[in-house]
Ligand binder design. Structure first.
Ligand code: SF4
Ligand code: SF4
Length: 144
Protein backbone atom coordinates (compact mmCIF):
# COMPACT_ATOMS: atom_id res chain seq x y z
CA UNK A 1 0.00 0.00 0.00
CA UNK A 2 1.32 3.46 -0.89
CA UNK A 3 1.00 6.06 1.87
CA UNK A 4 0.46 9.70 0.95
CA UNK A 5 3.24 11.93 2.23
CA UNK A 6 1.56 14.20 4.77
CA UNK A 7 2.36 17.89 5.11
CA UNK A 8 2.34 19.92 8.35
CA UNK A 9 -1.03 21.34 7.28
CA UNK A 10 -2.43 17.83 7.00
CA UNK A 11 -1.62 16.99 10.61
CA UNK A 12 -2.25 20.31 12.35
CA UNK A 13 -4.84 23.06 11.90
CA UNK A 14 -5.14 25.53 14.78
CA UNK A 15 -8.74 25.88 16.03
CA UNK A 16 -7.97 29.18 17.78
CA UNK A 17 -9.29 27.83 21.08
CA UNK A 18 -6.55 29.46 23.16
CA UNK A 19 -6.05 26.38 25.33
CA UNK A 20 -2.30 26.34 24.72
CA UNK A 21 -2.09 29.85 26.21
CA UNK A 22 -3.66 28.60 29.45
CA UNK A 23 -1.87 27.60 32.61
CA UNK A 24 1.34 28.35 34.38
CA UNK A 25 4.90 27.65 33.48
CA UNK A 26 4.85 26.52 29.89
CA UNK A 27 6.15 29.49 28.02
CA UNK A 28 9.93 29.58 28.35
CA UNK A 29 11.81 32.52 26.92
CA UNK A 30 15.16 32.49 25.18
CA UNK A 31 17.43 35.57 25.34
CA UNK A 32 16.30 36.39 21.79
CA UNK A 33 12.62 36.16 22.79
CA UNK A 34 13.21 38.50 25.73
CA UNK A 35 14.96 41.05 23.54
CA UNK A 36 12.32 40.92 20.78
CA UNK A 37 9.27 41.07 23.04
CA UNK A 38 10.74 43.87 25.17
CA UNK A 39 11.38 45.89 22.04
CA UNK A 40 7.88 45.14 20.68
CA UNK A 41 6.15 46.37 23.84
CA UNK A 42 8.57 49.28 24.06
CA UNK A 43 10.35 48.50 27.26
CA UNK A 44 13.77 47.15 28.13
CA UNK A 45 14.69 43.57 28.97
CA UNK A 46 15.00 44.19 32.74
CA UNK A 47 11.58 45.84 32.99
CA UNK A 48 10.04 43.15 30.82
CA UNK A 49 11.46 40.36 32.98
CA UNK A 50 10.33 42.07 36.17
CA UNK A 51 6.82 42.93 35.05
CA UNK A 52 5.80 40.09 32.74
CA UNK A 53 7.90 37.10 33.74
CA UNK A 54 8.58 34.77 36.60
CA UNK A 55 11.10 32.04 37.15
CA UNK A 56 10.44 28.36 36.60
CA UNK A 57 13.30 25.98 37.33
CA UNK A 58 15.68 28.95 37.13
CA UNK A 59 14.48 29.98 33.68
CA UNK A 60 12.15 32.87 32.80
CA UNK A 61 8.60 32.06 31.75
CA UNK A 62 5.76 34.45 30.88
CA UNK A 63 3.43 35.17 33.78
CA UNK A 64 -0.16 33.97 33.89
CA UNK A 65 -2.87 36.60 34.39
CA UNK A 66 -5.97 36.45 36.61
CA UNK A 67 -7.89 34.56 33.90
CA UNK A 68 -5.40 31.71 34.10
CA UNK A 69 -4.08 32.53 30.66
CA UNK A 70 -0.77 34.04 29.56
CA UNK A 71 -0.66 37.78 30.33
CA UNK A 72 -0.35 38.46 26.63
CA UNK A 73 -3.55 36.60 25.75
CA UNK A 74 -6.61 38.62 24.84
CA UNK A 75 -10.06 36.98 24.55
CA UNK A 76 -10.83 38.58 21.20
CA UNK A 77 -7.51 39.10 19.53
CA UNK A 78 -5.72 36.14 21.19
CA UNK A 79 -1.92 36.63 21.23
CA UNK A 80 -1.17 40.34 21.53
CA UNK A 81 2.52 39.83 20.83
CA UNK A 82 1.95 37.54 17.86
CA UNK A 83 4.73 38.97 15.61
CA UNK A 84 7.33 38.33 18.31
CA UNK A 85 5.80 35.51 20.32
CA UNK A 86 8.32 33.13 21.91
CA UNK A 87 9.93 30.43 19.83
CA UNK A 88 8.03 27.71 21.62
CA UNK A 89 4.66 29.37 20.88
CA UNK A 90 5.70 29.89 17.29
CA UNK A 91 6.84 26.30 16.91
CA UNK A 92 3.85 24.60 18.53
CA UNK A 93 3.08 21.78 17.97
CA UNK A 94 6.14 21.08 15.80
CA UNK A 95 8.53 21.01 18.72
CA UNK A 96 11.97 19.40 18.94
CA UNK A 97 10.78 16.97 21.63
CA UNK A 98 8.77 15.10 19.01
CA UNK A 99 11.96 14.26 17.14
CA UNK A 100 13.25 12.43 20.21
CA UNK A 101 9.95 10.97 21.38
CA UNK A 102 7.31 10.90 18.63
CA UNK A 103 4.75 9.39 21.00
CA UNK A 104 4.43 12.87 22.53
CA UNK A 105 2.46 13.91 19.46
CA UNK A 106 -0.59 11.88 20.46
CA UNK A 107 -0.26 12.99 24.09
CA UNK A 108 -0.19 16.63 22.99
CA UNK A 109 -3.19 15.88 20.80
CA UNK A 110 -5.25 15.20 23.92
CA UNK A 111 -4.81 18.84 24.93
CA UNK A 112 -4.72 20.54 21.53
CA UNK A 113 -7.75 19.98 19.30
CA UNK A 114 -5.80 21.16 16.24
CA UNK A 115 -3.52 18.13 16.31
CA UNK A 116 -4.47 15.14 14.18
CA UNK A 117 -3.58 12.02 16.12
CA UNK A 118 -3.03 8.49 14.93
CA UNK A 119 -0.57 9.60 12.24
CA UNK A 120 2.42 7.28 11.67
CA UNK A 121 5.41 8.43 13.74
CA UNK A 122 7.74 8.74 10.76
CA UNK A 123 5.30 11.09 9.03
CA UNK A 124 4.91 13.23 12.16
CA UNK A 125 8.69 13.42 12.57
CA UNK A 126 9.21 14.39 8.92
CA UNK A 127 6.70 17.27 9.35
CA UNK A 128 8.31 18.39 12.62
CA UNK A 129 11.78 18.33 11.07
CA UNK A 130 10.55 20.45 8.17
CA UNK A 131 8.91 23.03 10.45
CA UNK A 132 11.85 23.19 12.88
CA UNK A 133 14.22 23.86 9.97
CA UNK A 134 11.92 26.56 8.57
CA UNK A 135 11.68 28.21 11.98
CA UNK A 136 15.44 28.14 12.50
CA UNK A 137 16.00 29.61 9.04
CA UNK A 138 13.46 32.40 9.70
CA UNK A 139 15.23 33.17 12.98
CA UNK A 140 18.64 33.34 11.28
CA UNK A 141 17.26 35.57 8.51
CA UNK A 142 15.70 37.88 11.09
CA UNK A 143 19.05 38.15 12.91
CA UNK A 144 20.94 39.16 9.74
S1 SF4 B 1 -4.60 24.45 21.81
FE1 SF4 B 1 -4.11 23.89 19.68
S2 SF4 B 1 -5.95 24.40 18.51
FE2 SF4 B 1 -6.10 25.50 20.48
S3 SF4 B 1 -5.20 27.54 20.05
FE3 SF4 B 1 -3.57 26.22 20.83
S4 SF4 B 1 -2.58 25.39 18.99
FE4 SF4 B 1 -4.59 26.16 18.37
S1 SF4 C 1 2.88 34.51 24.06
FE1 SF4 C 1 1.03 34.51 22.83
S2 SF4 C 1 0.93 32.45 21.93
FE2 SF4 C 1 2.40 32.37 23.62
S3 SF4 C 1 1.23 31.69 25.41
FE3 SF4 C 1 1.22 33.94 25.40
S4 SF4 C 1 -0.64 34.56 24.32
FE4 SF4 C 1 -0.25 32.40 23.86
Amino acid sequence: MIHKTLTPDDIFQCKQCGDCCTGYGGTYLSPGDIRDIAEFIQTDSEQFLEKYCQSSGGRPVIRVGPSGKCVFFHDETQCTIHPVKPRMCRAWPFIDAILKAPGNWNIMGQACPGIKTGVPHDQVQACVKKEVEALDKARKDADK
